[in-house]
Design a protein around this ligand. Sequence first.
Ligand code: SF4
Length: 259
Amino acid sequence: MAIASGHDLAGPAPRRRRATEPTDDPGLRDKALEIHARLCPVYGCPIPYFHSLDPLSELVSSLLSHRTRNADSGRAFKALRARFPDWAAMLEAPVAEIEATIAGVTWPELKAPRIQAILRAVAERHGTLTLDFLREWEVEAARAWLEAIPGVGPKTSAAVLSFSVLRMPALPVDSHHHRVAERTGLIGPKVDVGPSHPILRAQLPGDWSAQALYDNHEILMLHGQAICHHRNPACGRCVLLDLCPTGLGRMGPGQIRET
Ligand code: SF4
């Protein structure tokens, strides 16, 4: 079944134009760097990588993790690995078998066929079922190639390049990272997670290493989980309070409304 069209096996996908140049607003660039500098000591940069998967396995892991607790998606990933000798075998398996194997994640009935379709698209477009070839590509070209596959968005493409053994300099943005960025004013209130990727990346130096970008994602994500909660952010304990219009708006002069 043809999943993707418009791309052949002959060479790299056309480069997509992205806002990776420094952002036009030096104030936001300075703020992004200041946030990074304040959160790094709190969460202990450099942050150890939590995965050492090949990029195709990281793709499967990332697709499983959408709107799912880490523990549940981790269990589902291990279950797939235990059931199928390799991803090619999973590609040939009945979708119901995959769905049953990943039953612990959210929407297994959607994720099972989607994962199969995405892996099939990789095999069709590249000729073999691997993403190791992306190691030789520039980040933006690699992301564009991945995002040309239906069902692969900016967060997944960045996760594959950053979290896998490729260790490429890409910046993923998850919901926690996005919330902190929005509340601190790095992005506007109507910028969704997907479109926030190039904006937040452009606020950071273009020559930052993979580790530095990974750290930036991790510390904003961890801050969202530990302090800047979805409900009742603990602004009274936040090292970003004086930089954060949301926090300053919640905290009256001299009073703490921490909950
Ligand atoms: S001050 Fe409050 S709203 Fe702002 S980043 Fe900190 S916890 Fe989040």
